[in-house]
Design a protein around this ligand. Sequence first.
Ligand code: NAP
Length: 230
Amino acid sequence: MPSDHPISGASKILILGGTTEARALAERLVAEGYHVITSLAGRTADPAIPPGDIRIGGFGGVDGLVRYLREEKITRVIDATHPFARQVSENTATACAAAGVPLERVDRPQWQPQPGDQWIDVSSLTEAAAALPAGATVFLALGRQYISAFEGRDDCHFVVRMVDRPEHRLPFRSHDLLLGKPSPDAAKEAALFTLYRITHLVARNSGGDAGYGKIAAARALGIPVMMIGR
Ligand code: NAP
C-alpha cells in the first residue's frame, strides 16, 4: 500500500472507487498527505464523496484511461472497485500496463459460511433465480442491472432494495421496493427481514463488512441464502 512509500510532492494517486473500502483508503491517504483522486462511475445519484479530488463517469475504455493517466500524470493507481465490477478492473489492468503506471488492487476476501448459515451456492443470477422455490418471499440485495434474471418468477414475491429509485417499474408481478443502502448491522437487517416476512435471500459473495449485516441476519433467522459466487 502507498503508505509504505515516501510521500512525494509528485505523487498523484488515482483510486478507482465506488466502495466503502475505497472511501476509507482515500481518507487515509489524504490524511497522510498524498494527492488523491477518486474516480466514481456515476451510477448513484447521491454518492458518498471521499476526501481529496473526485472525478465522475467512465474514461472511455482502455484508451480513455491511458490518456487520462498520462494527461493527469498519475503515478500510482489503486483499484478499489467492487469485486463484481469486472470490466473496470480489466480495463484498469490493461491501461496501467500500457501507460507504465504501477497498479495495486484492494482485495476483499469472500465471505465464508459460518455455523448456522444455510447457503445454497450458485454461480450465476440465472441459477439463483431457478433455485428459488415457488411461493418464496425473496429479498434481492442486488443493483438494478442484475434483477432481470428474476423476471418471470411470477410465483415469488420480491422485496428489492435499491440505492436510487428505478426509472421504470420493476419487472415483477408482485414486489415491494425499498430505497436505501445495506446496513452492516445484522439486527437492523433482521428487523427488515422479519417485517417483510422474508423466506429467502439472494446475495452475491462480495466480501467486506458493509454488506455483511444481511448475511448475519439471514443466519440468525434461519433464512436460506442463494449465494452467488465470484
Ligand atoms: P463495470 O461493469 O466493471 O464497469 C463498466 C464501465 O463503467 C467501465 O468500463 C467504466 O467505463 C465505468 N466505470 C466503472 N467503475 C468506474 C469507476 N470507478 N470510475 C470510472 N468509471 C468506471 O462496473 P459496475 O459493476 O457497473 O460498477 C460501477 C461502479 O460501482 C464501480 O465503481 C464499483 O466499484 C461500484 N460498485 C459496483 C457494484 C457491483 O455490484 N458491480 C457494487 C457496489 C459498487 P469506461 O470503460 O468508459 O471507462
